[in-house]
Each structure stands twice: as C-alpha cells, then as structure tokens.
Design a protein around this ligand. Structure first.
Ligand SMILES: Nc1ncnc2c1ncn2[C@@H]1O[C@H](COP(=O)(O)OP(=O)(O)OP(=O)(O)O)[C@@H](O)[C@H]1O
Length: 210
C-alpha cells in the first residue's frame, strides 16, 4: 500500500491533570474514511487539534503527507489539511460571506471559490440554494454543518478532519453526508472524523475507539 497521508505513532496527550491517552497509533491513506469514537472527554477533539498543531503531543509523532509535524512544518501541513471544528464562531453576518472565508486564508489563497461547485455540493447534501442569501443566525446547526462540509470539500485537500459532522442531523441527512463524503474520498482525499453517531461510524472504513 502507498504511504499513509496521516501517520500517528505512539501518541500521548496530557494536560495538567494527567494523561488523556497513550500509545495511540493510526495510518490513514487516500481514499479511506476513518472515525474516532469513544466516551466523552477521552481526548478525541484534542487529538484532532494535535494533528493541526494546536495541542502538543507529550509523546509520539504525527506525520502528514510525509511531513513530520513540528514548528518548521506546521504551516505546510495546515495547507494540506481541511478542518471542520465542532463549534464554529463565524465572524460573518451572511452565509454568502461565511462560505468564502476559507478561500481568504493564507493557506488557501491559490484555490478559487466557485459558486457553481458549491451549488452542486448543496444539492448532494440536501441544501437549498437560497440558504446562501440568509443571515448566519437564520440557519440551523445542521444546515451550517452541511454548508461547511460543502465548502471544505471545495478546498480539495488530501486530508479532511471533521469533528462531529452529523451531530445536528436527522438520519436522512446523515445518509446524504455519508454518501457525499464517500464520494469525495474516492477523489484523492482521506477523511478522519470524530463521531458519536452510530450510523456514521458504521459507514466508515475503520472505527477507532479512544
Ligand atoms: N487546552 C486544554 N487544557 C486543559 N485541559 C483540556 C484542554 N483541552 C481539553 N482539555 C480537557 O481534556 C479532556 C478531553 O477533551 P476533548 O475535548 O479532547 O474530549 P472528547 O473526547 O473530544 O470529548 P467529547 O466527546 O465530549 O467532545 C477534557 O477533560 C477537557 O476538559
């Protein structure tokens, strides 16, 4: 098999109060969708944050697309990772502005925003086109999550990291998100998601308990 896009070896995260987990290993390849599941507070979100360099490992190493995570590689690694956090504090009033934010970030400046592609993704995810004309405060949590999945996919990064992609969705919408993401992983992307959603977890290539 080819080299993994994400390789985590012997990882341990600890905060002041002790170790969250130790000896965590993972190999994720292009075309695969894995999920991390487990009890609340075990460190799932912290692990995602560690991959993005926001939380330090106390032991072990993370390699993204052949780059060992460290001070000198973090900018390059962030260029290769699309990230959808669980909670988003969005600094825009309108959805039409919100969907353009990722394209203004330093790491994504070379990627063009396309309304046509966004609408195509909206359709696949069961979202109405006119959501784009609404205020951010006038859309539901589930709509916002799917909009961000659509937008993040447009960035075409080799690695997508998603925290609770379906937590605010009904089962029919969960199925649409799964179909959409599976379709995307076939297009040279790997997905790592944290989830408590049984349907979502069952559809992943591998389920990792933390
Ligand atoms: N920066 C931090 N400093 C200290 N403690 C932290 C920090 N970030 C997270 N924690 C603690 O680490 C533990 C794990 O948090 P984390 O959010 O990673 O868990 P989780 O498994 O994702 O939980 P959930 O399923 O509820 O989202 C929690 O007890 C949390 O309070």
């Amino acid at each position: 098999m080819n080299k993994p896009i994400l390789h985590i070896e012997n990882a341990c995260i600890s905060f002041g109060h002790g170790k969250l987990f130790t000896h965590f290993n993972l190999d994720l390849h292009l075309g695969e969708m894995y999920c991390i599941t487990g009890e609340s507070g075990k460190g799932k979100t912290s692990l995602l944050n560690a991959i993005l360099g926001f939380v330090p490992l106390s032991e072990g190493s993370i390699v993204v697309d052949g780059l060992i995570l460290g001070v000198s590689t973090i900018d390059e690694i962030r260029k290769r990772v699309a990230w959808i956090p669980q909670e988003l504090s969005i600094p825009s009033e309108w959805v039409s502005e919100m969907v353009r934010i990722p394209f203004k970030l330093k790491a994504n400046r070379n990627i063009k925003f396309s309304e046509k592609t966004l609408y195509k993704h909206f359709e696949a995810l069961g979202l109405e086109h006119d959501l784009l004309e609404r205020r951010v405060t006038e859309i539901s949590g589930g709509q916002r999550q799917r909009i961000m999945i659509a937008v993040t996919t447009m960035l075409q990064k080799p690695l997508m990291i998603i925290d609770e992609p379906t937590s605010a969705l009904d089962p029919a919408s969960v199925s649409k998100v799964i179909r959409f993401l599976k379709n995307e992983t076939q297009k040279s992307t790997a997905i790592l998601a944290v989830t408590h959603d049984r349907i979502f977890a069952d559809s992943c290539d591998k389920r990792i308990f933390l």
